[in-house]
Design a protein around this ligand. Structure first.
Ligand code: ADP
Length: 401
């Protein structure tokens, strides 16, 4: 058991499974891959071994069981089969941990039942996560399976940040409160930012801007999350690829009563046909910036709306924290879109926030500072690594660290 230093990280979505096999001795990726379109006629498995060429399999994967078995075969072909004694644990990303799961948790039948009980608050995510755990358990029943929750890092939010100002009895009855998501990323990035500053996480206040297809901001004081932009579901907060982020709840009543849309249609509208996509027909920031540069008014409006919302959270979290040591941009847009970073921080010199155009334009996969020397607040690009964080947390739990 002491020789077992590898962790398989599984991130099971409704029609996909992402995986990475990581050696905890040095954090090396031994293999990584993705199964897409599970349950559809054109399934695809893309497997990238550490050495050698990537492999692609196109076939039907009827369900998550078939997908995970195919993953196991790919790993076995590299001599990294699931039966390996070197495998210490399987770490699972679980989106919603409710109020109970505030730390990585060893999966038992009782834990699975509890994750199942949270399906009403995470109907799109938790069912797939549960299936991933069940299939992995059936493949290696003897191996520790660890659930790492997206909500966990936000469990430290003070009650006044976690509450919606609605009837307390109704809220408690239906578990309506702000849970927050992307927690594994916010945790990893806030720590990595402290490292970049050469400080202990307990010493620094950081605003983390996780800007991917989904997006969220968090205020982290001394390593502890004190507020985040997502709420009961991942719909609240920033303008995202296809999600609206904040809207007046009255919009829902209006669309239902006056617009004649059903609740399901409004749900679909706000989650899948809003955000950047709703504003301009594209949800990829690269394409939006290209169109906006070419004078496309819809793309320009989408970009400006995205930035305006981002700045409202930046300013809001500045006030929440009182003192800000660093702002960290991460995920697909945050790590790659220099114009987004520049626009988010423009004109904030009075707050000690500035971005150096030259440093901002550097392309690199490394964590890096993009603010000028004189800036009181360090602005940084800090690549996220949710899989490594899940692997580390799973390994630490199994080894009692
Ligand atoms: P997810 O939330 O799906 O994990 P990612 O963090 O991978 O998403 O971010 C995906 C998004 O990142 C894409 O939709 C795209 O808008 C954006 N993106 C990726 N590369 C670039 C780039 N070079 N410039 C601007 N945006 C980019």
């Amino acid at each position: 058991m002491t020789d077992a230093t590898r962790v398989l990280v599984l991130n099971a979505g409704s029609s996909s499974v992402k995986y990475q096999l990581i050696d905890m001795v040095d954090g090396a990726r031994l293999a990584a891959g993705l199964v897409e379109r599970i349950g559809e006629s054109n399934g695809r498995l893309a497997h990238t071994p550490r050495a050698g060429d990537p492999r692609e399999t196109v076939q039907v994967f009827p369900d998550h069981g078939a997908a995970l078995k195919a993953v196991a075969e790919e790993l076995a072909a590299d001599g990294l089969g699931l039966d390996s004694p070197e495998l210490a644990a399987i770490g699972h990303r679980v989106v919603h941990g409710g109020q109970r799961f505030t730390a990585p948790t060893l999966v038992t039948d009782e834990v699975l039942t509890e994750i199942r009980r949270l399906i009403p608050v995470a109907p799109l995510h938790n069912p797939a996560n549960i299936t991933g755990i069940e299939v992995a358990r059936s493949l290696r029943p003897d191996l520790p399976q660890v659930a790492v929750f997206d909500t966990a890092f936000h469990a430290t939010m003070p009650e006044y940040a976690a509450r919606y100002a609605i009837d307390k009895v109704v809220a408690d009855q239906h578990r309506v409160r702000r849970y927050g998501f992307h927690g594994t990323s916010h945790q990893y990035v806030s720590r990595a930012t402290a490292r970049l500053l050469g400080k202990d996480p307990a010493e620094v206040n950081v605003i983390v801007l996780h800007l991917g297809n989904g997006g969220s901001a968090s205020a982290v004081a001394g390593g502890v999350c004190v507020d985040t932009s997502m709420g009961l579901t991942p719909l609240e907060g920033l303008v995202m690829g296809t999600r609206s982020g904040d809207v007046d709840p009255g919009v829902v009543f209006h669309l239902h009563r006056v617009g004649g849309l059903s609740i399901d249609q409004i749900d679909e509208l706000l989650n899948r046909r809003s955000g950047l996509l709703g504003l301009c027909g594209d949800n990829d920031m690269r394409e939006i910036m290209r169109r906006a540069d070419g004078g496309d008014a819809d793309a320009k409006l989408a970009f400006d709306t995205y930035i305006h919302r981002l700045r409202k959270y930046l300013g809001g979290y500045y006030a929440v924290l009182g003192r800000v040591d660093a702002i960290a941009f991460t995920a697909g847009v945050g790590e790659n879109a220099a114009p987004v970073r520049a626009a988010a921080c423009a004109g904030l010199d009075e707050l000690g926030i500035a971005v150096d155009p030259e440093l901002n334009s550097v392309r690199s996969g490394e964590a890096r500072v993009i603010s000028p020397e004189y800036g009181r607040v360090t602005v940084a690009v800090v690549p996220t690594d949710e899989e490594l964080e899940i692997a580390q947390q799973s390994f630490a739990l199994v080894h009692g660290a």
